[in-house]
Each structure stands twice: as structure tokens, then as C-alpha cells.
Design a protein around this ligand. Structure first.
Ligand SMILES: *Cc1c(COP(=O)(O)O)cnc(C)c1O
Length: 382
């Protein structure tokens, strides 16, 4: 099925991401609850934060959620709470956002990069097994683009190797593998609520979900200057300041009630994209049969990316690249082991992220797919 493009559609612009319709849906509810907070002045902690933590844990299927300042801190503090530090190695995928590896270095440990599967661009149990050394203490699995890898096999491998399994679920709010949600497989599931994520705050925010009560208690202490024991000036350990504030918690509670519907809308857009693409024009990242992704990003692999990207831009279609430099090649991570990741390196030259957001219309998806197909059919053979 090839869509017919009329003149109006061709001249309209398609943004990469449009948050405003989501903001509009929750505007009145949030305004009302923010007004209450302004009157009481309870900006840090309090009932709004506790309520969101309970809701988020229930949604993810874990006993607890600990709100923190952002997704990077969720990862970094989880590793510290697990006792990971200098001399330890943590396996991370070569294909991820830098924050995954940053968190490992911030905890004082070394990242060990592992290559990804060429279809899904996610880590595999085999890759983790091959990368582990006697110094490896943990693996951070990244549910990149909103899709979980085979978590049954990865969890079994991590268990056999004696590695802590941590999930970087910053792009996977609500994704599942089997009957379980992102964040509930590992000892710690780390989320970012950066505004552009599937569940996004109105600023920076994050959370760790866990069913390990001891780990949750350590995280609550670490996020709050190492406080423990109840006294305001009782500091049991070196902590930091990384708290989820009440204004953001209110936003997240309101948006959480719409998350499933918004994720479903993303899935419908992606199903249409996949139906419309000509096979030689764009290959959507492989969808693994064991889970249900939430499509944080719509990523295709294309033969002539710079040509296509320029043509799309000229016709008003915004695109992105996630990520132009594979993580292990980024400047801060020179010198860490496991720098050979040919699949991630090759993918970095061919991946293109297309517009995707819950309120994207079928006409917009058709317009983007139509442009991709028609530009590709006119591409020079390189
Ligand atoms: C966004 C993101 C993070 C970091 O989250 P922040 O809230 O920006 O600190 C970590 N990992 C991945 C995969 C992300 O996409």
C-alpha cells in the first residue's frame, strides 16, 4: 500500500516530537494540584512524592520505587547501593546513550562495552557471557528505543555468572518481556522522566524500582545526603542530593494514568510505518517476539542516510540519530576495555530516528513513510 500524498500534506511540517497535546490533556489536573502545593509549600518530598512512588512501583510490578533527580542518578546510585566501586567492572552495551556508561564511571567502576545484536541493536545473553571477566560485578541491560531484549535468558545468564542485573529502562516505561514490565526483572530498574521520555516530567526526574527492601532503603539514604535513622542531621554514609520534587511527582501521577493509551498510540504509528516502508528503503529495527515494546523512538536502518536525512529535512520532516557515536567511541570512555563493537559501529552509520509521538496522525505517518520511500527510490547507488 503506497499512500497518495496531496499537496497540503506535502507542505505541512512534521516535528520529530510534539509534547504539547500531552501537556494539554493533563493541564487542568496539574494546575489544580500545583495550586495546592503552592499554598502548602511542600516542595520536597511529602505526600505527592510518596503517592507517585507507590503508583509507579505498582505499575512496574515491584515492591518499591525510589524517586530521584534524574535517570543518570537512578543508575549511578543503584550501582553504588549494590556496593559497586573501584576495581569492579560493569558490562554495558556499546549502543546506548552515554548516561549508562557515565553512571558506571561515576560509581568508581569501569564500563566493559559489549556489542549488540544486528537486528534489534540490543545486548544478548551470549554477548554478556562472552564479555564477563573475573572483575565483572554487574550488567546494565538497556531497553533501547523502548524494547526489552530476551530478559529470561539474560537473567539466567547473569544469575549463573553471579552478576547483579540492573535495567536501564529510561526509554521503556511500560514495555514488557513475557508477563513482566521493564524494571521488574533486575535487582534495580532505572528510569528517567526527562520531558521527552514516554513518561516525562516538566523538568528532570527519575526513579529506581526494586523489590529488594534493603536496596530501597540504601537508595533513600543515598539520594538524601546519606541520611538514615530518622534525624535530620544523622548521616550514615556519603550520599548526594538527588530527590524527586513534589511538583514533578504531581505531573508524573497525572501522566501515568494516560501512559498505556499513549504507548498504544505509539504502537499504532509504528505498525503503520512498518506496513508502509518499501523493504529496500528502510528496515525497522527488528521486533523481538517475546515482548511488547513501547517505541520510545522509531528507528530504521537505511542505506544512504545523509542523503535521505537532508531530503527529509528539506521537505519539512524532522529526524534524529540515536546515537551518532557509539558509546564506547565517545571521548570520556577511551581507554576502557571491550572497544571492539563492529555491529554497533556499523549501525551508527545507518540508523535514523523518524518522527514519533502519541498524537501523531496516520496522515503524518503516511507522509513521512511516503517521503522515505520516494527519496530512497531516487537515491544514487553508492
Ligand atoms: C535518558 C536516558 C538516560 C538518562 O536519563 P537522564 O534523566 O537524562 O539523566 C539514561 N539512559 C538512557 C538509555 C536514556 O535514554
Amino acid at each position: 500500500m503506497r499512500p497518495m500524498l496531496d499537496v497540503d500534506r506535502r507542505s505541512s511540517r512534521v516535528p520529530f516530537l510534539d509534547l504539547s497535546p500531552m501537556t494539554e490533556e493533563v493541564r487542568d489536573e496539574i494546575a489544580g494540584r500545583w495550586q495546592e502545593l503552592l499554598l502548602t509549600g511542600g516542595f520536597i518530598g511529602g505526600e505527592a512524592v510518596t503517592r507517585f512512588e507507590e503508583e509507579w512501583a505498582r505499575y512496574c510490578g515491584t515492591d518499591e520505587a525510589v524517586g530521584v533527580g534524574n535517570g543518570t542518578d537512578a543508575l549511578h546510585l543503584s550501582l553504588r547501593a549494590l556496593g559497586i566501586g573501584p576495581g569492579d567492572e560493569v558490562i554495558v552495551p556499546a549502543n546506548t546513550f552515554v548516561a549508562t556508561a557515565e553512571a558506571v564511571v561515576l560509581a568508581g567502576a569501569s564500563p566493559r562495552f559489549v556489542d549488540v545484536d544486528p537486528g534489534s541493536l540490543l545486548v544478548t545473553a551470549e554477548g554478556i557471557e562472552a564479555a564477563a571477566t573475573p572483575r565483572t560485578r554487574a550488567v546494565v541491560v538497556v531497553h533501547l528505543y523502548g524494547q526489552m531484549p530476551d530478559m529470561d535468558r539474560i537473567a539466567a545468564t547473569a544469575k549463573r555468572l553471579g552478576l547483579h542485573l540492573v535495567e536501564d529502562a529510561a526509554q521503556a516505561h511500560g514495555a514488557t518481556w513475557g508477563a513482566r514490565r521493564a524494571g521488574s526483572y533486575g535487582v534495580a530498574g532505572c528510569f528517567s522522566f526527562y520531558p521527552g521520555k514516554n513518561l516525562g516530567a516538566y523538568g528532570d526526574a527519575g526513579a529506581v524500582v526494586t523489590s529488594d527492601a534493603g536496596l530501597a532503603a540504601t537508595l533513600r539514604s543515598l539520594r538524601d545526603h546519606g541520611r538514615a535513622g530518622g534525624g535530620h542531621y544523622e548521616h550514615a554514609r556519603l550520599g548526594t542530593n538527588s530527590r524527586l520534587d513534589a511538583l514533578q511527582a504531581v505531573v508524573l501521577s497525572a501522566k501515568l494514568r494516560r501512559l498505556d493509551a499513549w504507548n498504544e498510540a505509539r504502537r499504532e504509528c509504528v505498525a503503520l510505518y512498518r506496513e508502509l516502508f518499501d523493504e529496500e528503503a528502510a528496515r525497522y529495527v527488528h521486533q523481538l517476539p517475546g515482548g511488547q515494546p513501547v517505541h520510545h523512538l522509531a528507528v530504521v536502518q537505511v542505506p544512504h542516510r545523509s542523503h535521505l536525512r537532508a531530503a527529509l529535512s528539506a521537505s519539512g520532516v524532522a529526524t534524529g540519530i540515536h546515537y551518532p557515536t557509539p558509546c564506547h567511541r565517545a571521548e570520556p570512555f577511551r581507554g576502557y576495555p571491550g572497544r571492539d563493537a563492529p555491529v554497533a559501529e556499523r549501525a551508527a552509520e545507518h540508523i535514523l530516528s523518524l518522527p514519533l509521538y502519541p498524537h501523531m496522525t496516520a496522515a503524518e505517518v503516511e507522509r513521512v513513510a511516503g517521503e522515505v520511500n520516494s527519496v530512497s527510490s531516487r537515491s544514487p547507488d553508492l
